[in-house]
Design a protein around this ligand. Sequence first.
Ligand SMILES: Cc1cc2nc3c(=O)[nH]c(=O)nc-3n(C[C@H](O)[C@H](O)[C@H](O)COP(=O)(O)OP(=O)(O)OC[C@H]3O[C@@H](n4cnc5c(N)ncnc54)[C@H](O)[C@@H]3O)c2cc1C
Length: 306
Amino acid sequence: MDTLIKVLVKENFAPERILPGAPMSRYTTFRVGGRADVLVNIASANEISIALRAAHQAGVPVTIIGNGSNLVVRDGGIRGLVLRICGSFSAVTREEGDVIHAQSGALLGACAQFAMREGLDGLAEVAGIPGTIGGGVIMNAGAYGSDLSQVVTRVDAVSCATGAPVSFEGKALGFGYRRSALMQENIVVTGVTMQLRPGDPDAIRARMEDLARQRREKQPLDFPSAGSTFKRPEGLFAAKLIDDCGLRGLHVGDAQVSPKHAGFIVNTGNATATDVLSLMALVRKHVLDATGVILEPEVRILGEDA
Ligand SMILES: Cc1cc2nc3c(=O)[nH]c(=O)nc-3n(C[C@H](O)[C@H](O)[C@H](O)COP(=O)(O)OP(=O)(O)OC[C@H]3O[C@@H](n4cnc5c(N)ncnc54)[C@H](O)[C@@H]3O)c2cc1C
């Protein structure tokens, strides 16, 4: 990793944002996972290019994360370079008409607040999802009957292989339920363009507040998690299947099927990724045995075992 760090420093990457041995538990909302060899906090498009070039020169793999709100990082951590794009590199601007553009590190809540202030509707339903717009388009994040596929018209990115800019529009985005064609591409999302519609700011704010209240009431937001652990099987609800199997409260170490919402696995203290993954396997087995339904993880699993 020394070569990687030397190249980053030589290319004037801000040293305070190069973090060797970064604990991934600090950069994921589940608060589990081992260390990354090197994590860099990205603050500009130029830094994405520098980081990709440096990783290429050092011959190390690259992993991209946003707010880490849909991730389980295994206890052995992540080899190579982790590019974290969250919070910085997050400008949101209004373009012509009812269109907004967000840099990929912008949080969905910030995009929704911006749109609301501009009198633009279309993001209220995703406002409470604690991820970035970059991670959001990869996952086609959504809630309350809406998802990003309904507003995203264009995604700008950089190819990890060549460093060249690439963009995706229309069918090339390949949006489906909690997936996109972008998942298969080896890219770093840099910007997202969204077509919104005019709306009354007060009405949009009221809807956002109501949806936030519903989240607080139904979801175990007091404990670290990555949201819904499993995807909704066609025509069914994962939480109901898990609940019907009597699995609420089931735990492995400090990883627990939330007693408040069976669709969430939560970290009640010092869970490890191994605890979380063992519990996921146990839940899948119980549900398969009892109902014949295979639960597919919604969370993305990264890194190596300890
Ligand atoms: C309490 C809670 C509630 C949640 N509720 C919902 C919900 O209602 N609906 C929903 O859909 N999700 C929900 N989630 C899950 C999560 O917030 C979303 O999936 C979110 O879109 C992930 O964004 P992120 O920035 O955290 O991405 P991460 O979790 O960091 O990454 C997700 C994936 O995107 C990739 N990625 C991230 N950024 C980039 C980028 N710039 N370029 C290329 N690839 C990138 C990563 O490699 C990874 O594969 C919830 C999570 C929590 C903790």
